[in-house]
Design a protein around this ligand. Structure first.
Ligand SMILES: Cc1ncc(COP(=O)(O)O)c(C=O)c1O
Length: 352
């Protein structure tokens, strides 16, 4: 019998679709901050690059200690990864062993979740968002069964921008068995202003099965450097380090992240501008007649249904790249006032 070289299920693996970069067009497709890293961060990257002939610190010692200080936790509770998307995959690898083992997540949510679940050889169990484009926490708790190993909660949710509240997170954690790992993916945490929103770090001491994911890709403007981290119990952090590709957190990323933490006041001040702009952008879209949930992130969601592809094409014709998610809607990054105006001008002239 002929054997196949590559495992057959990879034929059905959905591809991660990156936001398109088109020369001369405004890219609002990847939820990046449009400003470059700040000067001290660029200096730290250049300094680290000069020692690029050496392997990076495998244990990410300096940054881990710095993050432990920032979050007031023991360093043993932190695992740094090559972007938080890599940590998502490591979480599946660390928890799921059998094909029937389940990863539960809302849908639509971050497009990497189904991909890392399948790569990890596990089964995805998805729970539809509610009518307000929010996680349906009670339905998710009901979906957790004997084969569930991992739950991914995304707050603010990519791509809809809605948050899980603290009450909802507590209700969920109280309902879920202690041997199911619950991940709160907080990639957009720095943009959250809703006082009712959950902050995973508040509940880590109460729930050892909770793990929080953070990234330097968004507010800290280091998406191209690839660095994020998890905070959880020492047991979970140790497991994440075990399944990490050795040396995948490179020296430039480690140095840049430390310099970004030193420059945090400056970087986080930039988030305030996005927060002001997201209200203006959403208000304008709603006035045009689009369905746009209130967002707690640096992007807005247009629930366009069948109009998703025509809208994305229309924006492209106006030199604005947005991110369509067929067949549900379009996600658009909130950027500078000028870039947002270009998008709003395109959106306002869409006739459907
Ligand atoms: C919800 C969510 N989690 C994780 C990530 C991945 O971030 P990173 O660049 O740290 O891999 C993203 C990136 O868009 C995201 O939207």
């Amino acid at each position: 019998m002929r054997m196949t070289l590559i495992r057959a299920d990879l034929d059905t693996l959905p591809a991660y679709v990156p936001g398109r970069t088109i020369p001369g067009a405004i890219k609002l497709a990847s939820n990046e901050v449009s400003l470059p890293p700040t000067p001290p961060v660029l200096a730290a990257i250049a300094h680290a690059a000069a020692a690029g002939n050496r392997y990076p610190d495998l244990a990410v010692t300096g940054l881990t200690a710095r993050l432990a200080e920032v979050h007031k936790v023991d360093a043993a509770r932190i695992a740094v990864g090559c972007g938080s998307v890599s940590l998502c995959q490591q979480l599946v690898q660390a928890t799921c062993l059998e094909p029937a083992d389940e990863v539960v997540f809302a849908w639509r949510s971050f497009e990497a979740y189904p991909i890392v679940t399948q790569i990890g050889g596990a089964t995805a169990r998805t729970v539809p968002l509610d009518a307000d484009f929010r996680h349906d926490i009670d339905a998710m708790a009901a979906a957790v069964g004997p084969r569930s190993r991992l739950v991914m909660l995304c707050s603010p949710n990519n791509p809809t921008g809605t948050v899980v509240t603290r009450d909802e997170l507590e209700r969920f954690l109280a309902a879920v068995p202690a041997d199911v790992l619950v991940v709160l993916d907080e990639a957009y945490h720095e943009f959250v202003t809703d006082p009712a929103a959950a902050h995973g770090s508040d509940l880590l001491d109460t729930y050892p099965n909770l793990v929080v994911l953070r990234t330097f890709s968004k507010a800290y403007r280091l998406a191209g450097l690839r660095i994020g981290y998890a905070i959880g119990s020492p047991e979970v952090a140790t497991a994440l380090r075990k399944v990490c590709s050795p040396f995948s957190v490179n020296s430039m990323a480690q140095a840049a992240a430390m310099a970004a933490l030193d420059d945090a006041d400056n970087l986080l001040a930039g988030c305030a501008d996005v927060i002001t702009e997201r209200i203006r952008v959403r208000d304008a879209l709603v006035a045009f007649g689009f369905t746009v949930p209130p967002t707690q992130s640096n992007f807005v969601w247009l629930a366009l249904g069948a109009q998703t592809a025509p809208f994305a094409t229309h924006c492209l014709e106006h030199r604005v790249v947005v991110r369509p998610f067929h067949p549900d809607g379009v996600r658009v990054t909130v950027s500078t006032p000028e870039e947002n105006d270009a998008f709003l001008s395109a959106a306002g002239s869409f006739s459907g």
